[in-house]
Ligand binder design. Structure first.
Ligand code: OAD
Length: 248
C-alpha cells in the first residue's frame, strides 16, 4: 500500500519499535548512497573495495576508499531523520531498537544508544588476520605504509564486507528484540534502504512473523517494498519526523 497523506505511525506507551536504516537516511547529510547514479558502487566493482579478496589484492586502494568515506562522514552532520529517530528512542527507552546498515556513525552522533551497527563502522579498525580486538580509529587519510598489527598482518576497517558473516552478537540482539516484541503492539520501520542486501532486507518478513505492523519510508521504491503494510515515498528528513510526530 502506498500512502502520501499526512499520516502518523501509531505509537503509544506499550508499543515496541524496531527501526532499520540504510544509506538513504544519511543522503540529506550529504553522504552518497550505494546504488544508482552517482552512488558509491556506481561504475565501481564492489568486490575491489568491499571484499576480503579485494583487500588482499590491493589494500592501498581499499584504504583510500575508506579514508575518503571517513573524511566525508566526519564532515557530515546528522539530519532531521537521524534526530527524530534518536528522540523516539529517548521516549521509548528499552521498547526501542535501531538497526543500521550504515557505517557512518551519524546515528550515534544524533544521540542513538540502543543501536546495532550490523555492517560495522568506519570508526573502528581491526587486524585482517588475528583476533586482536577492534579499536577506535578516526585517522585519515591512511597512507602507505599501511598500518599493520603486531602480528604483522595489515589492519583493515571494521566493516562487514561481501562474503563475510555478520557478528552473531548483533543479529542475536535483533532476534531477541523481535521475540520480546511478539504479543505487544509492534512497529517495524525501515528508512532509506533499497532492500537488496540480506539479512537486513528480510527483517521486514521476520518482523511480520512476530506480529509487527510494517512501514517503509524511502525515496524510490525499494526492492522489497511489496512486503510492507505501508509505504511512504519521500526524503527521510521530511517523512521520518512527520511519521513519528517529532519535529526535526
Ligand atoms: P542503497 O544505496 O542500496 O539504497 C539507498 C536507498 O535510499 C535507495 O532505495 C534510495 O531510494 C533511498 N534514498 C536515497 N535518498 C533518500 C532520502 N533522502 N530519503 C529516503 N530515502 C532515500 O543503500 P542500502 O540499502 O543502505 O553494505 O545498502 C545496503 C548495503 O549495501 C550497505 O550497507 C552496503 C551496501 O553494499 C556494505 O557495505 C556491507
Amino acid at each position: 500500500m502506498s500512502e502520501t497523506q499526512d499520516i502518523r505511525i501509531p505509537i503509544d506507551d506499550r508499543t515496541r519499535v524496531l527501526v532499520l536504516t540504510g544509506a538513504g537516511i544519511s543522503a540529506e547529510s550529504g553522504l552518497a548512497t550505494f546504488r544508482g547514479t552517482g552512488g558509491l558502487w556506481d561504475g565501481q566493482p564492489v568486490e575491489r573495495v568491499a571484499s576480503p579478496e579485494g583487500f588482499a589484492a590491493d589494500p592501498e586502494l581499499v584504504w583510500r576508499f575508506y579514508s575518503r568515506r571517513r573524511r566525508d562522514a566526519g564532515a557530515a552532520e546528522p539530519n532531521a531523520a537521524h534526530r527524530a529517530v534518536a528522540t523516539l528512542e529517548a521516549r521509548l527507552g528499552d521498547r526501542f531498537l535501531l538497526v543500521t546498515q550504515n557505517v557512518d556513525g551519524l546515528h550515534a552522533r544524533a544521540g542513538s544508544v540502543r543501536l546495532v551497527e550490523i555492517h560495522g563502522t568506519l570508526w573502528r579498525t581491526r587486524c585482517s588476520r588475528c583476533m586482536r580486538p577492534p579499536f577506535a580509529d578516526a585517522a585519515f587519510p591512511v597512507e602507505p605504509p599501511l598500518p599493520r598489527c603486531t602480528c604483522g598482518a595489515f589492519m583493515r576497517p571494521d566493516i562487514v564486507w561481501f562474503g563475510e558473516m555478520l557478528d552473531p552478537a548483533t543479529t542475536h540482539r535483533v532476534d531477541l528484540f523481535m521475540r520480546e516484541a511478539m504479543g505487544a503492539p509492534f512497529i517495524f520501520l525501515a528508512v532509506g534502504t533499497s532492500g537488496t542486501v540480506y539479512p537486513a532486507a528480510s527483517y521486514v518478513q521476520l518482523a511480520r512473523l512476530h506480529g509487527a505492523q510494517t512501514w517503509l519510508a524511502n525515496l524510490d521504491p525499494a526492492e522489497n517494498a511489496g512486503a510492507f503494510d505501508h509505504v511512504v515515498a519521500g526524503p527521510a528528513g521530511s517523512t521520518v519526523p512527520r511519521l513519528l510526530g517529532i519535529d526535526g
